[in-house]
Design a protein around this ligand. Sequence first.
Ligand SMILES: Cc1cc2nc3c(=O)[nH]c(=O)nc-3n(C[C@H](O)[C@H](O)[C@H](O)COP(=O)(O)OP(=O)(O)OC[C@H]3O[C@@H](n4cnc5c(N)ncnc54)[C@H](O)[C@@H]3O)c2cc1C
Length: 352
Amino acid sequence: MIQKGVEIPNTFRMKVKADCFVEYDSEETLADIDFDTLPKPLFHIGSGSNLLFTGDFHGTILHSGIKSVDTSSVVDGIVEATVGSGVVFDDLCEWAAVQGLWGLENLSHIPGEVGASAVQNIGAYGVEVKDVISTIRCYDILERVFVEISADECRYGYRDSIFKHRPAKERYIVTAVTFRLSTVAQPRLDYGHLRSAVETACGVNSSKENTHGTGLTPALIRQVVTEIRKGKLPEPEEIGSAGSFFKNPVVDQSVYDSILKSRQAEFGAEATVPHYPAGENLVKIPAAWLIEQCGWKGYIHGGAAVYEKQPLVLINHSGHALPSDILELESLIIDSVHSRFGILLSPEVDHL
Ligand SMILES: Cc1cc2nc3c(=O)[nH]c(=O)nc-3n(C[C@H](O)[C@H](O)[C@H](O)COP(=O)(O)OP(=O)(O)OC[C@H]3O[C@@H](n4cnc5c(N)ncnc54)[C@H](O)[C@@H]3O)c2cc1C
């Protein structure tokens, strides 16, 4: 279906239009599209939950309405589910949990669609979707053929894959993703407070010794993860956002050492700086901590704001924020974190 001048769906709720919007509901209708006649550039979206549209889009927005789900029989405890790119990712997580299949439960309640999950390598609570993807089926716009790309070929990294960069970005449209889900319990609870939250919520022994996950189910972990997320992050139906706006910066050990030193000089020897190892001589510092230290938590700028409960998230506070409100707030935050800590934050959200 080709439409002109329609509003582009996006969870930030920016009121922006595309010159042309094309939705297809099967691989056959996708292959029938005459790409040569469509206004350029082309850009494929899912739910628009990792995007900031900075204005109307003068080109063609593509969207998948492919909603198929095909499953294999169980072989060695593994079920392969091949899922259409237009399926809502959380619907897939719910389906897997209801079937008692393990692998997606920690990724519950992440907004967006299945196609984008494989592009973004979405992650939460110590799990990345690449851990359960086996292959990705794509339409190659240049050669006009369907291809299967293995997860190994996707060069997955932190919220990164070949699909986020040229030439793959301009060449491949994801039409389906095959996930390898397990009938054997594989609870992964070692991230943050997930283990204690599971124990508190359900009274189940989730200790590391309980390696078979006795008493645990994917549905139970999904429920706990969903509750935690609802308490910390804005619900896209209520407050516009694109989730984490900035990437967590990875810095040299020496940068971390000097931040720690000046913090201890100011607050005493007990003062700490949150950090995680990120490779040889490299340290990851949570961007949320840096932003909060600069006093931005809850700050309102025009129609935009820094989310009170999680400063890594910029929100459409008024419901009518303009792209410029978000962009100005982004610059203010980047400048202040840079001048205070010498660290340059970069956005996780794609700007268009
Ligand atoms: C409240 C909130 C919480 C969030 N929490 C998390 C989180 O915990 N972890 C996390 O990783 N992310 C999180 N996100 C970000 C977002 O949910 C993910 O990045 C998600 O995968 C985006 O899906 P989407 O369908 O909205 O894709 P879009 O934002 O529309 O697109 C994302 C990218 O995928 C490409 N793309 C989309 N569909 C296709 C396709 N079929 N073929 C080729 N390319 C395609 C787009 O071109 C773009 O580059 C959060 C977002 C919000 C709003």
